[in-house]
Every structure is written in C-alpha cells, then in structure tokens.
Design a protein around this ligand. Structure first.
Ligand SMILES: NC(=O)C1=CN([C@@H]2O[C@H](COP(=O)(O)OP(=O)(O)OC[C@H]3O[C@@H](n4cnc5c(N)ncnc54)[C@H](OP(=O)(O)O)[C@@H]3O)[C@@H](O)[C@H]2O)C=CC1
Ligand SMILES: O=C(O)CCC(=O)C(=O)O
Ligand SMILES: [Mg+2]
Length: 742
C-alpha cells in the first residue's frame, strides 16, 4: 500500500454491484488520483472468499489473499476508510453453485457435503460453513450504523414519486406469527457483572451431557440472552396457517432472513416446506433420504435432485407435488413466468426487502398466473413481526403512503461487534435430544437455562457494553444535529430489551439531552407513532437494535424513495475509522439476469456515489488533504444535479442504464470541479475534461445505449471473466479515452 493515510479501499463484491464496479471504479480511481488518493480494490466476493479459504489445493497463480481478514483487522484501526458494496450472503444452494462454477473453471476446491462422512469432508464443510450466510458484514461492522435518505434524495422522490399501489380497507393481507413457543416467548437475559467464559451444554434426559459450544468469552457489562423456538409448536402453527390461507383464498408466503440468520432461518424455512409438502415428504421419505434431499434447501433443490431418478419415479414424485399444490393454498411466486415459488430457495425471499415490496404493491404478492393477490405472510417469530402488521393495518385505514408528502425515518442502529441476533450463528443449535440447554460460567454457575425438545432451535446472543454506549451517543448526536425526535424501538416485555432499556436510561444521562424529544417505545407503538408522523410529513429517527436496523432501513426507504439503494449508510467505526456502505439493500440478483439476457444493467449506483462522497470527506477530516474535501463537495453537488436531471438508470433497453448513469455523474462531477474556485490545480485539471465530456455527450450516450439489447457473455456468474466483464461494462470508447486520460 502506498501512503496508507491517503488510501480508500473499495470492495469488489458480487452480482449487480460487482458489475457496476467494472464501470464505476475506473472513474473513481481517475478522479481520486488527482488529489493523490489511491483507491485500491479488495475482493471479498463469494468466489474470492472461497478461493482464499483453500490455498493448499490451488496453484500459485490461482491463490488469492484473504482480503476479508485484512479488512476486518483494518476496521479496528483509525486508518480504515473502506467503501463496502453489498455482497451475497450465500444460502447452501448458492454456495454449491459457486463451488461448481469455480471447479468448472479449473479450481480444484472440495465439494460441500451436507452430511460429511470422512474427515476431509468434515473439514471442508466446516470451512465452507464460515463462508456461508452473512459472513462479510459482521466482520467489517466494528461500529454502529447511521443510515438516512439525504435531503436531495428525498426532494427527488417528492418531485418524481415512484409508483405506490393503492390500498383498500378490505385487503385481507396479514402477518401470521406463532401464538407461543417462539423465540419471543422464551427469551431470558442476564448482564455479566464481570468478565468470564461460558460453556453451552445440553443436559440430555438420559443423564448424559453434550457440549454444544466449549467456550465463549464474555466481557463485563455484556448482555447475553438465550431463547428457543419449539419445533412442534412451529409445525402446528404452520399447518394452521396453511388452512387459514386456504379458507380465506390467500396466497401463502414465508418471510425470513435465511442469509443473516444462517443457522436458524433455513431450518424454519425447511419446516414450512416439509409441512406444506407433508404428504410428499412422508410418502417418499426413503427416496429423499438416499438422494440427500433436505427441505431446508427448498423446492428448487428437491427438483434438481429428483432429476437423477428414472423417468417414472420422477414423474410419480412430481404428480404427488402437484396433488399437494391442488389441495393447499397457492404459494406466492418469486418468478411466475419461470414457475419459481416462495418455497424454492431460502435466500430468494428475504423479509426486509420482500415485505416492503408487497406493501408497495397494495399488500399483494404475485400468484402463478402473474397476478397480484392478497397474502398470508408467515413470519413465525413475534419479536419484530408486529412492525409489519402495524404498517399493513395503517395502510388499510389510511391508504397508501404518498412519497410526495411523507416524512422520513433515519435509523441509528446497534450493530457493532456482531450485536444481538445477528451475531448468534455460532451459538445457534438445532437441539439433538430432549433435555435442558444451559449456559454455564467458568465457576459452574448456570446463567441461562431452557427445557428443550429434539429439533428445537436454541440460540444465544451477545451484546457488548461499549457498542451500546456508542449507539446511545450516536442517537443523541443525530437527534441534536437534525433536531428530530428519536425513538428507541425497545420492548420492555422482552428480557433482552428490558436489560437494554436499563442501559439506555443510564447512558442517556452522559449526554446533554435538553430540548430533545427522546422516547422509548415498543416496536409496535414506535411503528404507529412514526407512521402517524410520517403522513404529516414529519421525520422521526428510529433508534433500534441490529435486526430492526436492517428491517427498517429497507422498509422506510422503499416506501419513501422507492429503494434502499439511495440511502446514505455510514458506519463510524469505534476506533475512529470509517466504513461506508453503499445503500441499504442487497446485490439484486434479478438485475444480473436482465443484464445477461439483454445487456442492460438497471442497478442504481446512487449508494456508491453517496458513500464515496462521505469517504472523501472522512479522508479530509483524518488527513487534512484539502483536495479530498473539494472532490467530496463537488461530488455531492454532482449527485444533486444528477438527481435533478433524472439520470438514474431506468429499467428497459433503449433507456439510460447503470453505465449511462456513470457517464452523467462524471460529466456533472467534472463540471463542478471546473466551476469551483477552492483549488486552482483541480480547476485547471478538470476544465478540459469537462469540455471533452460535454462536447461528446451525445456520441457517448449513443455508444452506451447502442451497446444494449442482446445477450451478453461474461464467462461466469460468481466469478465473471474480468476482461469480458470490463469490455461489457465499458462499451463507449470515447468515454473510456476521456476517463483514462485524467
Ligand atoms: N449489505 C449487504 O451486503 C447486503 C447483502 N444482501 C444480499 O443481497 C442478495 C439479495 O438480497 P435481497 O434481499 O433480495 O435484496 P436486494 O436489495 O438485492 O433486492 C431487492 C430489490 O431491490 C431493488 N434494489 C436493491 N438495490 C438496488 C439498486 N442499487 N438499484 C436498483 N434497485 C435496487 C431491486 O428491485 P427491482 O428488481 O424492482 O429493480 C431488487 O430486486 C442476497 O444474497 C443478500 O444476502 C442483502 C442486503 C444487504
Ligand atoms: O449481511 C447480510 O446478509 C445482509 C445485511 C443487511 O441486509 C443489512 O445490514 O441491511
Ligand atoms: Mg438489509
């Protein structure tokens, strides 16, 4: 690394944002270099992380460094200045696809075997399990989260409102949760008076004890909690809701976070699959076992695995599946044209994006005929489901939200150091036998205990004290800076939240809160309070735990500005560095599909623009590089102009796409740099660039739009060929020459 103080690390990730990077990063590098800033990339894509894990089976040329560990370490230092794009949190089907692709490209990596027998298979599985699910964000998030829609973005939405489906008071759509036996109902919590190590063990009813996790080190003041979801109760609730959906003629949909909650939620998903298709799973149990079919991987995996059967056997199973479809309520579709249902892949329907999308379409989801229909939404655990039900009820009463007038909901989220449920993967277990799960400290004291049954999902969460203090401080700072009421979304009836409330009340005293409106409300009440303000055009800061941070920063942006891509997502790292996430959404797999079919990328890089501006500003604040400040300010005005002139990607061939949007940003950025008078050198540098871009606007545009409209081959999905992708993403020779000349 050159001068590490003037370095910004830009992450290479997956799917649509990775494609966009092939077009945008050369622009970023060129502009930043004029201020002596090095923008270096680090590959943390799913494929990159797999390759970094198995150096021993790769040739010297194939080996790649472990960029995620490097960035994880950097995030704990004041030097960190990282721009983090969304990445795939892989479900098992995605992980297996990525492995197969890499193997086909000549990388000799091992298979992922779900039920390993040899030591070798077990080792490989253990390594892959660390790559699976949300394995990137928790490593980098050494700070809490500060997400909001900038004023310019709100103003854009007011002027150019996105579509909002009308709501009817007769909508039958509803959220259905378990009446009991869920995590919410069983949570227990303690605060550690002093540091200790704990062991998690299962004392089985046969008298033997099985250690589930040998050692977890805890700090003084840390909150730990444990909860359990009873599998019998889960299955009986699912069966009830299937009948309810059938009786009311509603679609059935399941909304989970199988990516972040990579241990618990695939199991819950699998229970929905195996209860819905109970007849099929019972009748073909032996066949399915020999094929290695696991309902947790969804119907897509089942269909793929029965392909290997003789035609008559396969047809018999398909007939039984169809008989279930005929008997049970229709399932909401992910892609009705391709027959992909909500039960196909656990990572296709992710609660934070999927429920808001349905709220935007009048509370309806797509049925198999490609029509919108009311839906019964299965969200088994009650901890956060009420938030969505409150929004549905509000829409039934007040109609759809109006983006031209509605207020905004920035979020301050407790996220640092894998706080709460989002750090629980390595402490989540599907219980192997009836008994008691206990958390025991190094002196043998039992801190938490639950009676459990085989098949239950038990988990422990940790929330360290320093992040809580930092979060409270961030909330007060935001409330003060924006002069906006702030609501802590905490439920005093939940054991964990009750402990957190005590800490919040204590740490609020460390700050001057005079004149500020700071409240603590349960998630349901907070939703109601916030929505009543939103329709009056008033803003309300949500101060939430880690899960609600994630849910709310998709929910409100999707309603307010059409997508969470337009969020400013700052993570002030606790040791002084900066992590700048781009938007609050994901990696948009549907966009890649469209790109491959018609060479049109509808990914909106606004999140990248916003993140880059704050990263440059942070660089100025930490190094005093005045040119970085000029770049940051001019980028912000370019982004504003970009919004005013409506240059975001559209959705269809023939219109501006992601690449065209990068051209306009460059044009406006160069124009702003040429117009400013704070730095004469930059002004001189960018004056001819601005002229070249301005004079060639129509030529560049026609080169960019002319490239669209046919299938494109980039040589891979998880590891696209760099040359082919760069060629596809930089199709305007004229534009490339100008950028490369900077
Ligand atoms: N920070 C991170 O690293 C995150 C990663 N993820 C990962 O992303 C993947 C997909 O997650 P999913 O929950 O489906 O959510 P996504 O946010 O990827 O997709 C939902 C929809 O939101 C719209 N959208 C999101 N971002 C943009 C953008 N920049 N420009 C235009 N439209 C956008 C698209 O709508 P339309 O199709 O209508 O254009 C997209 O289909 C998963 O692998 C998940 O693990 C998810 C969340 C955060
Ligand atoms: O890491 C992930 O899987 C998703 C993260 C996410 O959705 C978020 O933090 O908003
Ligand atoms: Mg999210």
């Amino acid at each position: 690394m050159a001068d590490s103080n003037s370095t910004i690390l830009y992450t290479l990730t997956d799917e649509a944002p990775a494609l966009a990077t092939y077009s945008f990063l050369p622009i970023v590098k060129a502009f930043a270099a004029t201020a002596g800033i090095h923008v270096e990339s680090r590959d943390i894509s799913l494929a990159g992380r797999i390759l970094a894990t198995f150096p021993e089976v790769l040739t010297a040329e194939q080996r790649v460094p472990d960029a995620l560990s490097e960035l994880g370490k950097l995030a704990t230092t004041p030097e960190a200045n990282i721009i983090k794009l969304p990445n795939i949190s892989a479900s098992i089907p995605q992980l297996k696809d990525a492995i197969a692709e890499l193997q086909s490209l000549g990388f000799n990596i091992p298979d992922y075997t779900e039920t390993p027998s040899s030591e070798e298979e077990k080792n490989a599985k253990a390594k892959y399990d660390k790559i699976k699910g949300s394995a990137v964000n928790p490593v980098l998030r050494e700070g809490n989260s500060d997400r909001r829609a900038p004023r310019a973005v709100k103003n854009y939405a007011k002027k150019h409102p996105h579509s909002m489906g009308a709501w009817s008071a007769d909508s039958q759509t509803k959220v259905a949760s378990m009446p009991s036996g869920d995590f919410y109902g069983s949570e227990k919590s303690v605060v550690l008076p002093s540091a200790t190590d704990v062991k998690i063990e299962l004392v089985q009813n046969d008298g033997t004890t099985k250690v589930l996790k040998e050692k977890t080190s805890l700090k003084a003041g840390e909150i730990i909690d444990a909860s359990v979801m009873n599998q019998r109760a889960l299955r009986s609730y699912i069966a009830t809701e299937i009948e309810e959906a059938k009786a009311k003629n509603l679609l059935l949909s399941v909304h989970l976070k199988a990516t972040m909650m990579k241990v618990s939620d695939p199991i819950i998903f699998g229970n929905v699959v195996s209860v819905y298709f109970k007849d099929v799973f019972e009748k073909h149990a032996a066949e399915f076992a020999s094929l290695g079919i696991n309902p947790n991987n969804g119907l897509g995996d089942l269909y793929a695995k029965i392909e290997s059967l003789p035609a008559d056997k396969k047809a018999a199973i398909e007939a039984d599946i169809n008989a279930v479809y005929a008997k049970n309520p229709a399932i909401a579709m992910v892609n009705s044209e391709k027959g992909i249902t909500n039960l196909h892949v656990p990572s296709d329907v992710i609660v934070d994006a999927s429920v808001p999308a349905a709220i935007r379409t009048s509370g309806k989801m797509w049925n198999k005929d490609g029509q919108l229909q009311d839906t019964l939404m299965i969200i088994p655990d009650r901890s956060y489901a009420g938030v969505y039900q409150t929004v549905l009820d509000f829409c039934k009463k007040h109609g759809a939200f109006d983006p031209t007038t509605m207020g905004s909901v920035p979020n301050v989220g407790l996220m640092a150091q894998a706080a709460e449920e989002y750090g629980s993967h390595d402490k989540t277990f599907q219980v192997p036998a009836n008994g008691k799960v206990r958390v025991v400290d190094s002196n043998g004291n039992v801190l938490l205990e639950h009676t459990v049954e085989e098949g239950d999902i038990w988990r422990m969460c940790q929330t360290k004290d320093a992040p809580v203090r930092d979060w409270v401080k961030l909330a007060v700072t935001r409330a003060r800076l924006s002069n906006t009421p702030a609501v802590f979304w905490l439920d005093k009836n939940r054991a964990h939240d009750a402990e957190l409330i005590s800490k919040v009340e204590l740490y609020l005293k460390d700050h001057d809160t005079s004149g500020l409106d700071i409240r603590i409300l349960s998630p349901d009440q907070a939703t109601q309070f916030t929505l009543e303000r939103i329709v009056k055009g008033l803003d309300t800061i949500s101060v939430s735990g880690n899960v609600l941070r994630d849910y709310l920063t998709d929910l409100f942006p999707i309603l307010e500005v059409g997508t969470s891509a337009k969020m400013l997502s700052i993570v002030p790292l606790m040791n002084g560095g900066g992590l700048f996430e781009t938007g609050a959404g994901g990696s948009a797999p549907k966009h890649v599909e469209q790109f491959l079919e018609e060479d049109y990328l509808r990914w909106d890089s606004l999140g990248e623009f916003l993140a880059l501006a704050v990263s440059l500003e942070h660089l100025f604040n930490t190094t005093g590089n005045a040119k970085a400040k000029v770049l940051s300010e001019t980028l912000d005005s370019a982004t504003e102009k970009f919004l005013e002139n409506d240059k975001s990607p559209a959705r269809k061939v023939g219109e501006i796409d992601n690449r065209g949007s990068h051209f306009f940003l460059s044009l406006y950025w160069a124009q702003a740099l040429a117009a400013q008078n704070n730095d004469a050198e930059l002004k001189a540098k960018f004056t001819p660039i601005k002229e070249a871009l301005t004079n060639n606007e129509s030529k560049i545009n026609s080169e960019l739009i002319g490239a669209q409209g046919h299938p494109v081959n980039i040589g891979g999905y998880y590891k696209p060929n760099a040359e082919l992708t760069a060629k596809a993403m930089r199709p305007s020779e004229t534009f490339n020459q100008i950028i490369d000349s900077i």
